[in-house]
Structure formats: structure tokens, C-alpha cells
Write a protein that binds this ligand. Sequence first.
Ligand code: HMG
Ligand code: MG
Length: 307
Amino acid sequence: MNLPSRVLITEVGPRDGLQNEKQPVSTDVKVELCERLLGAGVRQLEATSFVSPKWVPQMADAAEVMARLPRPAGVTVSVLTPNMKGFEAALAAGADEVVIFAAASEAFSMRNINCSIAESIERFRPVAQAAKSHRLRLRAAVSVAFGCPYQGEVPVAAVVDVAMRLRDLGCDEIGIADTIGVGTAAQVGRVFDAVAREVPLDRLSGHFHDTYGQAVANVVASLQSGVFRFDSSIAGLGGCPYAKGATGNVATEDVVYLLHGLGIETGLDLDRLVDTGQWISAQLGRRSVSRAGNALAARRQREAETT
Ligand code: HMG
Ligand code: MG
């Protein structure tokens, strides 16, 4: 297998991870989560979303989170911006990167951002232009690229089509997202191979939710297709409020355990990620869903008891 020597991970726990929490999570906890992640070596941090608080109340404190976030040199802080209102707020908050998010199915586009795919691209156009003129990095997500909760199957051609439209807006990176975590390894290979004919591989990333337990396998399948950028979420937190039943993103601890096992550098400190995953799970009052995180924490506990 021809694998990259280094993989770039964007930690999306504070955003994708927390956006779906039913109970309000305090701004203090959000900020401490970001601090701990930065302490574990995270260099691409998706911190929050500048979306409508009526649609996603959990992200209503986006400006405060950004204001209190430590900003060490070399860290790219990104935020979601569905429209110009979100962009203006992101700019004022000092974001380094803005993320626009489209869908590969019309039904999901309507539910998530209340407009058609074509309308969303027109809404993103001024955001993309403003990002370029302010020299912010521009990232995009293509949701439901491997299956849609409303439409079911999503043709590969629909994913390629949206990815091309986002490429034409000048996106520096386009994340191909399995919003509901249904994709399988062979499908991931097919989708990335098709998209990579239109968008250079170094501009693509994989964003996998783990509903069907396929996310780590899907990371491997992506690596085999030449993808070397991934989003992941500490402790496997997450889910989209507009994708009912979908569970969290692939856990950062699991991805890092996989990659380090393959001899691939991430720049991340697995021990500190494990601590952070256990800490945020305790804050939320439940057990982490990271298999590697829980196994490593249990091993540590056993070792502490026997010494
Ligand atoms: P709309 O209702 O059509 O928009 O929503 P609107 O322009 O009519 O505005 C409605 C109200 O929202 C107005 O307030 C606006 O000011 C306000 P009112 O006048 O009623 O008081 N508003 C905003 N407030 C703050 N920030 C903004 C903003 N925009 C409008 N940016 C809209 C359209 C796009 C705004 C809405 O649908 C929305 O916010 N959607 C976001 C949904 C969301 O955050 N989903 C989760 C993130 S995407 C995801 O998780 C997928 C991903 O992880 C990849 C994957 O896994 O697939 C990225
Ligand atoms: Mg997501």
C-alpha cells in the first residue's frame, strides 16, 4: 500500500462534536476543550459555527468562544459560515479559515440550510469572494456524499458535480462528508477516485461519521486513494441536527492510533488526546465512544493499579 508519510487532521470536536448536544454546554467547557486540544498538538481546529442560533442553539456563543480562544502561532482556527452574515461575524472574530457547506442531495440541502443546492452555491459565492479578498483560507464540505437520510442513495455524479462547483468558487479544500456514516470502503474508493479526476487530491479531505462503525475502514480506503487530510472529533462526539440517527464523527483517538500504527506522522500527542477525550466525556456525563481512547485509558488505569 502506497501511504503518505504525514496526515493532516482537522479537529472538529468543538463544532461538529458539540453542535448536536441537547443540553447547553457552557462556554467555559467549550473553551477548555479547545485549550486541551491545542495542548495535544492540534494545529487545525474547527472551533464553532456562525450559523443561525434559531437553527443550532448550541453554537449561539460562537463569538464568545472565539474571543476567549488561545491563538498560538501556526494554528488555523476555522468556523462554519453558511452566508455573508456568518462570514462577517467570522471575520470580526478573527477566524483563519471559513467553511461553507453544501450537500450532494437536494433534500438534505433544504433541511440543513433551507435552500436548494444551486441557491446555496449562489449564497456561497460572495462568501468565497470575501474570504479571498481578506486572505482567509476557504474550505467546503459536501454533505451526504455517501447516502442521504431523506433521499437514500446519492449518485457519485452528484458528489462530483457539487465538488466541481465548490472548486470553481476557489475552495482551498473540499471535504467529502459521510454525514450519516453509511459509506463502505469500496464506495469511498469509488467516490474519491471520481472526485479526484476533477479536484486535485491535495485539496480533498475525508469527513466520516461512524454510525455504522465503518469510519476507520473508510479512512484507510481514503488513504489508499491518496487522500491525506481528514476531519475527526475527540471522543467521537458529534452528529448533525439535520441528520437524525447519525452518530458522531470518527474519533480522533481512533484515527491517530490507526495512523501512528501505520507509521504515519500526525503531530498529535495520543496520550493527551486520550486525556482530553476522557475529560470532555466526563463533562458531558457519558462514556467516550472512542474505542482506542477507552482502551488506552483502561490500560493506564490497570498499570497505575499494579505499580
Ligand atoms: P433561513 O431561516 O433560511 O435564513 O436559514 P434567513 O436568512 O431567513 O434568517 C433567519 C434568521 O436567522 C434571521 O434572524 C437571521 O438574521 C438569522 P431573525 O431576523 O429571524 O431574528 N441568521 C443568522 N444568525 C446568525 N448567523 C448567521 C445567520 N444567518 C441568518 N449566519 C441558514 C438559513 C443557513 C441561516 C440556516 O439554515 C442555518 O443557520 N443553518 C445551519 C445549519 C447547521 O449549522 N447545520 C449543522 C452544520 S453542517 C454539518 O454538520 C455537516 C458537516 O459536518 C459535514 C457533514 O458531516 O455532512 C459540515
Ligand atoms: Mg459532520
